[in-house]
Design a protein around this ligand. Structure first.
Ligand code: HEC
Length: 304
C-alpha cells in the first residue's frame, strides 16, 4: 500500500491541527494567541521546523534502506506498495466484501425474474458501530432512567449557574464595564475632553450641530429633553437609539459603553451654554435632580 498522505499534505495538516488546538485552548481574549503571547509563536516555529526536519530524515532513511535491499526484496516491496487502499487487508477486514468472482459462493437460490440475491455478511464496521450504540444505550438507560443521575432541567440549571459564575468572574476583571444601572456623570476635564473627541469621531455634530445647538436632531444643551435628561437617560438613548425616531440610531455596537458615558457627560457639561442659532426647544423640561430612568411608555412623542 502506498503512503496514503504525501508529506506535503501531512506537514501542513499536522501543523494546522496543532495551531488550531493552541488557539482553542489558550485564552487570549480578542487577539489570536500567537500574537498576544510571543512564546506561542516561538513554539509553533520550532514545531514546524522539527516537523520538516523529521520528514526529511525519514525520507532520507527510506532512500538509503532501499539502496541496501537486494533485487528480490525491491520487487517484493514494490508489489506490496502497489496494492491500493481498497485491496488492503485493513479495508477488507472492515467490509468483508466478496469479490465478483466469489459471488457464486454466497448466491441464494432466490430468483425473481432474473434478479438474484446474495447472502453477504453484515460489514464489520457497521456491526461494531451497532454494538457501540447498544452499549451506549444501555449505559444511558441505566444512568438516567434507572439511577436517575440528573434530569435535563437540573443539567440546564447547572449550566446556568456555571455561566453566572463565569459572568461574575468576567465582571471582576472588567471593572470599568458601564451599563445603564451604574453609569455616573463624569465631571473631570479629561473625561469631558474625551467625550468631545468621541462626539467628533462619530459625527454626532452632523445632526446635532457644531455647538450641539441642534439641526436634524434636537438641541442637546437646553433644559428640554424628548427622551429624558440626566446621564442615565442620555446613556440609554445613545446606546439603544430612539424608540420614537429611528433617525437617532443605536450606537452601542459602534461605541464602547465607557465612551458613551463620556459622551453623555460631555453633553451635560455643555448644558445652558446658549449657542448661537439654537434650535427651538423640544420635549419637556428635565429637572436637575431627577436622574431616574423614565420608562419608555411615559416618554412623550413630540412631532414637529
Ligand atoms: C442622523 C442624525 C443623527 C446623528 C448622526 C446623531 N443623532 Fe442624536 N438624535 C437625532 C434625532 C433625530 C434625535 C431625536 C430623537 C427623538 O425624537 O427621540 C436625536 C436625539 C438625541 C439625543 C436625545 C435628545 C433628547 O432631547 O432626548 C441625544 C442625547 C443624542 N441624540 C445624542 C447623539 C450622539 C451622542 C450622537 C453621536 C454618537 C448622535 N446623537 C448622533 C439625530 C442624530
Amino acid at each position: 500500500m502506498k503512503n496514503l498522505i504525501p508529506s506535503y499534505v501531512r506537514v501542513p495538516l499536522i501543523f494546522a491541527v496543532v495551531f488550531a488546538g493552541m488557539e482553542f485552548f489558550i485564552d487570549s481574549g480578542d487577539k489570536p494567541a500567537f500574537i498576544k503571547y510571543p512564546m506561542v509563536s516561538l513554539f509553533l516555529g520550532v514545531f514546524l521546523f522539527l516537523l520538516v526536519a523529521i520528514e526529511i530524515v525519514i525520507s532520507a532513511v527510506d532512500k538509503v534502506t532501499y539502496q541496501l535491499l537486494t533485487e528480490e526484496q525491491k520487487k517484493q516491496l514494490e508489489e506490496a506498495q502497489s496494492i491500493s487502499f481498497t485491496e488492503s487487508k485493513f479495508y477488507k477486514s472492515l467490509t468483508r466484501s466478496k469479490s465478483i468472482e466469489q459471488e457464486a459462493d454466497v448466491m441464494l437460490d432466490h430468483d425473481y425474474d432474473g434478479i438474484k440475491e446474495l447472502d453477504n455478511v453484515l460489514p464489520p464496521w457497521w456491526v461494531y458501530l451497532f454494538y457501540g450504540c447498544v452499549i451506549f444505550a444501555v449505559v444511558y438507560l441505566v444512568r438516567f432512567h434507572v439511577i436517575g443521575d440528573y434530569t435535563q432541567k437540573e443539567e440546564y440549571e447547572m449550566e446556568m449557574m456555571k455561566a453566572e459564575k463565569e459572568h461574575e468572574e468576567y465582571l471582576k476583571t472588567a471593572p470599568d464595564l458601564v451599563n445603564v444601572d451604574n453609569v455616573e456623570l463624569l465631571t473631570d476635564d479629561a473625561s469631558i475632553e474625551e467625550g468631545k473627541k468621541v462626539f467628533e469621531a462619530n459625527n454626532c455634530f452632523s445632526c446635532h450641530g457644531q455647538n450641539l445647538q441642534g439641526g436634524i436632531g434636537p438641541n442637546l444643551v437646553d433644559k428640554f429633553w424628548i427622551n429624558g435628561g440626566g446621564v442615565k437617560n442620555i446613556f440609554k438613548l445613545v446606546s439603544e437609539g430612539s424608540t420614537t425616531n429611528p433617525v437617532m440610531a443605536p450606537w452601542k455596537e459602534v461605541i464602547k459603553p465607557a465612551d458613551i458615558q463620556k459622551l453623555a457627560s460631555y453633553i451635560i457639561s455643555l448644558e445652558g451654554s446658549n449657542p448661537k442659532e439654537a434650535k427651538e426647544a423640544e420635549g419637556e423640561i428635565w429637572g436637575e435632580k431627577t436622574i431616574e430612568v423614565i420608562p419608555t411608555e411615559q416618554v412623550e412623542i413630540v412631532t414637529d
